[in-house]
Design a protein around this ligand. Structure first.
Ligand SMILES: [Cu+2]
Length: 146
């Protein structure tokens, strides 16, 4: 009889231990999720363009870069906001992809061949001002540091 009681106690003890282990695992998983988010970088830079079709082309080009999670071009301000995983890509890769689709960014001139193939309404003026909000100036942008 005493022996039976003892084995019940042992089983209960094992039960508690495995519960504790499960809890610990959950905590570790959520820590990993947090550190993934820290690797995301968000920034914005000037891109020339005219209309909603330009917006589609520019954003599609940005999304074509592996690691880009979000791309939103503002046709009034001539600014694109991008979020990307900096372990997978970098800012210049996004500039280059947009330039290859025919659009000037503030660091890379757009491909002339791609520009010629854009619809007439999209053939923007190469002298167009970028970053028209006044919120983001070229100087502020550079001082974001690298
Ligand atoms: Cu357009």
């Amino acid at each position: 009889m005493k022996k039976a009681m003892l084995s019940v106690a042992v089983i209960v003890a094992i039960g508690f231990t495995s519960c504790k282990n499960n809890t610990k695992k959950d905590v570790e998983t959520s820590n990993t999720a947090v550190s993934t988010e820290v690797a995301m970088i968000s920034l914005s830079f000037g891109v020339r363009g005219n209309c909603g079709m330009c917006k589609k082309t520019i954003e599609k080009a940005a999304h074509g870069v592996d690691g880009v999670e979000r791309a939103n071009w503002d046709k009034n301000k001539k600014i694109i906001e991008v979020s990307f995983d900096d372990t997978e890509t970098n800012e210049m890769a996004i500039h280059n992809a947009i330039a290859a689709s025919g659009y000037d960014t503030e660091k890379v001139a757009g491909s002339e061949d791609a520009y010629k193939n854009l619809p007439d309404c999209c053939q923007y003026d190469h002298d167009m001002l970028m970053n028209q909000s006044g919120d983001i100036k070229a100087d502020d942008y550079t001082s974001q540091g690298h």
